[in-house]
Write a protein that binds this ligand. Structure first.
Ligand code: TMP
Ligand code: ZN
Length: 405
């Protein structure tokens, strides 16, 4: 049995999604032969309730110069992170020496606004190509992983931070103990650690099983984050819902006793208890329902193919790797997908090797159906592609269940 990365307790398996690639490792055709696969499965700690991968992929294989994900790839994300930055500027960062560090700043979608305001900041980003994009926006970035040593270097060079921020990054870090030691070094006495990550309840409740992939080492809940913070000498003081990636929580952590935990923390903890988020029955139900979605989706795709109609994918998020590899959806069922990110275009989706083409190819193909892999951007994409529906095209979604609209 695996032991918990946070507390060492026993981790019991919840769901096995089979052999899978690193979800953002888009491939050139020449790279297909050497593709790296691992067993994608999650389990829950019987002691601290933290849900986590059973096996993980070394971080150097996940974040490297060819890492393709751009956090500013959608209008909704750009708007959200600009708002995050403005809030920090109005609250925690008003002092003359204000300093904010972002772990995994990606292409600078949040720090851009901070840099424009002339406030001291530092992005820590191991993926060099995306870090370079951030630098091009006038943002200070170091190309490295965040851990206790990096934090000590930053503290020595820049002094204490009022805010350490991370979005869709903290659950990617397997060395949480080192991360929290780093926070202890880096944060000022009243500093806060704020992070926004996919929420376990969304994954279970809304069946967003495609949020499970190699980069997401942890699947946080208020309860497991509270336990983790306490174990490493901090306190969970606030939680807030964030409407990104299908439903996330923004956690605020402070040094113990420095800030009073808000009512929202108590409410979310009570709600998780009420719905039995950490109960074995919840885990078992999730596993069974996900298997049903796989079966329904495959039935539909086979029916479409057998009746001579056409379907192509829409979007090539990391989530697409999970669903296509778990269900076994290859180019025989879905000949290609399209994505607006130039760095992903003309490469192959990891594992199942669906070609990723520019959106113009979707327009040219004029398929009968579009399988919406980027379902969390449904509104934005359907508005952009209104013409597809107007000429009779139908969208297929599979979260929380398979449906056509
Ligand atoms: P994300 O959900 O992880 O942000 O990934 C969404 C992917 O979908 C990303 O690769 C960009 C792509 N996308 C499009 O291709 N067209 C669009 O209109 C939007 C909003 C996203
Ligand atoms: Zn544990």
């Amino acid at each position: 049995m695996t032991s918990c990365r946070i507390c060492g307790g026993p981790v019991q398996e919840i769901l096995d999604l089979g052999r899978q690639p690193s979800a953002n490792k888009f491939l050139l055709p020449s790279e297909v032969e050497q593709e790296f696969l691992f067993r994608l499965a999650i389990g829950a700690c019987a002691d601290c309730t933290m849900v986590q991968l059973l096996e993980d992929v070394p971080q150097e294989l996940r974040y490297h110069s060819a890492y393709r994900y751009l956090a500013s790839g959608s209008a909704s994300h750009r708007k959200h992170f600009e708002q995050d930055a403005r809030r920090f500027l109005e609250t925690e960062l008003t002092g003359p020496d204000a300093f904010i560090v972002e772990i995994g700043c990606n292409d600078g979608v949040m720090l851009e606004t901070i840099a424009q305001a002339g406030v001291r900041h530092l992005g820590v980003e191991p993926a060099s190509a995306v870090a370079e994009i951030a630098r091009g926006k006038g943002i200070d970035v170091v190309t490295t992983f965040f851990d206790a040593d990096t934090a000590a270097d930053i503290r020595a060079a820049h002094g204490p931070a009022q805010v350490v921020f991370g979005a869709n990054t903290i659950c990617h870090i397997s060395h949480q103990e080192s991360l929290f030691r780093g926070l202890d070094t880096l944060l000022g006495p009243d500093g806060v650690f704020v992070f926004e990550e996919p929420y376990l309840e969304t994954i279970f409740g809304a069946l967003a099983f495609d949020q499970i992939y190699d980069e997401h080492v942890f699947y946080f809940s208020a309860r497991s984050v509270q336990a983790m913070a306490a174990r490493f000498g901090f306190e969970l003081v606030d939680v807030e819902e964030v409407p990104l990636h299908g439903g996330e929580i923004r956690y605020t952590i402070a040094r113990p006793g420095r800030r009073r935990p808000t009512e929202a923390v108590h409410q979310l903890l009570a709600r998780e208890q009420e719905i039995g988020l950490a109960e074995p029955e919840t885990y078992a139900r999730f596993g069974m329902t996900v298997a049903q979605v796989r079966s329904d989706l495959l039935t539909l795709l086979h029916e479409i193919r057998d009746s001579g109609r056409t379907v192509v994918g829409y979007g090539a998020p990391a989530k697409a790797a999970t669903v296509t590899n778990y269900c076994g959806i290859g180019p025989d069922l879905v000949p290609f997908t399209c994505d607006s990110t130039p760095a992903k275009q003309n490469l192959l989706l990891p594992g199942t090797h669906l070609p990723v083409l520019p959106p113009e190819e979707f327009h040219k193909a004029a398929p009968d159906f579009a399988l919406l892999f980027a379902w969390n951007h449904a509104e934005e994409i359907m508005a952009k592609e209104r013409a597809f529906r107007e000429r009779g095209g139908k969208w297929i979604r599979y979260v929380p269940q398979v449906r056509i609209s």
